[in-house]
Design a protein around this ligand. Structure first.
Ligand code: S5P
Length: 264
């Protein structure tokens, strides 16, 4: 079997090189897991990456959560992630006008230099995508934007009409890698997949083997169900990093996600 057999329509419809890279890595490692590495020190981040790296296909960061962040160690962290064949995904949730989003890709964290993917809200209009893409282009790099089409948190304001508008604008945009969907509700993922079609990715947070409510309004759905419903990547944070054995937990999420892709 090859990656194209595992991913079928998604593989053949994909236009962005980054989407194919992700699908290849997921195929090689038999995992559709993106780790949400929500840790607060560089040491914890390194430990987590070493433990979990073999079981994941992408690494999601919140660079501004790290108390002892510094450029050198962050550089080494990203290098290690690359050695482990991971896409680096900074969940920055850009939302400002295009030119400010472009500048926010720089600054002290210099996201444009090390990220392969970033998130953006389209609340300010489609220029946010162009702003982010311009930043990568000026740094002589390429990357993809995941637009928030749905959210996993209780009471969020991304209603159906908003989701539809975001999908319509993002679906044919070459700078858009895909959409963030709500992993806690299989029906909303199915609905989103119908709107999105086959070409773009849907990545879903709000996933935990123990389903139900999380902390502070987070909601969780089952990883296997999420992929069966049309998610291409399950974004898992506390389900992995808060478990007693993060490596075993990550392997369990990997198995569930892969099994679902094979059945899909
Ligand atoms: O709607 C969303 C979108 C995102 S990107 N809901 C989310 O939870 N996220 C992110 O996914 C959030 O920022 C966090 O890093 C991760 C979920 O973490 P967990 O510990 O709840 O699995």
């Amino acid at each position: 079997m090859e990656a194209s057999d595992a991913w079928k329509m998604r593989w053949h419809a994909a236009t962005l090189p980054a989407a194919k890279s992700y699908m290849e890595v997921a195929f090689e490692k038999k995992t559709l897991v993106c780790l949400a590495a929500d840790k607060y020190t560089m040491a914890e981040l390194f430990d987590l990456l070493e433990a979990v790296g073999p079981h994941i296909a992408a690494l999601k960061t919140h660079v501004d959560l790290v108390d002892d962040w510094n450029k050198e160690e962050w550089g080494r962290f990203c290098e290690r992630a690359k050695e482990m064949n991971l896409l680096i995904f900074e969940d920055r949730k850009f939302a400002d006008i295009g030119k400010i989003s472009q500048k926010q890709m720089g600054g002290i964290y210099n996201i444009q230099q090390w990220s392969d993917l970033v998130t953006a809200h389209m609340i300010s209009g489609p220029d946010v995508v162009d702003g982010v893409q311009t930043a990568w282009a000026k740094a002589s790099r390429t990357g993809g934007v995941l637009l928030l089409a749905q959210m996993s948190s209780r009471g969020n304001l991304l209603d159906e009409a908003y989701t539809e508008t975001v999908v319509k604008a993002g679906k044919n945009h070459p700078g858009v890698f895909g959409f963030i969907g709500n992993g806690s509700l299989p029906d909303s993922i199915r609905h989103l997949r119908k709107m999105v079609g086959e070409e773009k990715m849907i990545w879903t947070p709000g996933v935990n083997i123990a389903t139900g409510d999380g902390e502070m309004g987070q909601r969780y759905g089952d990883p296997y169900e999420a992929v069966l419903s049309g998610s291409d990547c399950i974004i898992v944070g506390s389900g992995i990093h808060n478990s007693e054995n993060p490596a075993d937990a990550a392997a369990a999420y990997a198995r569930a996600s892969w099994k679902a892709l094979m059945e899909r």
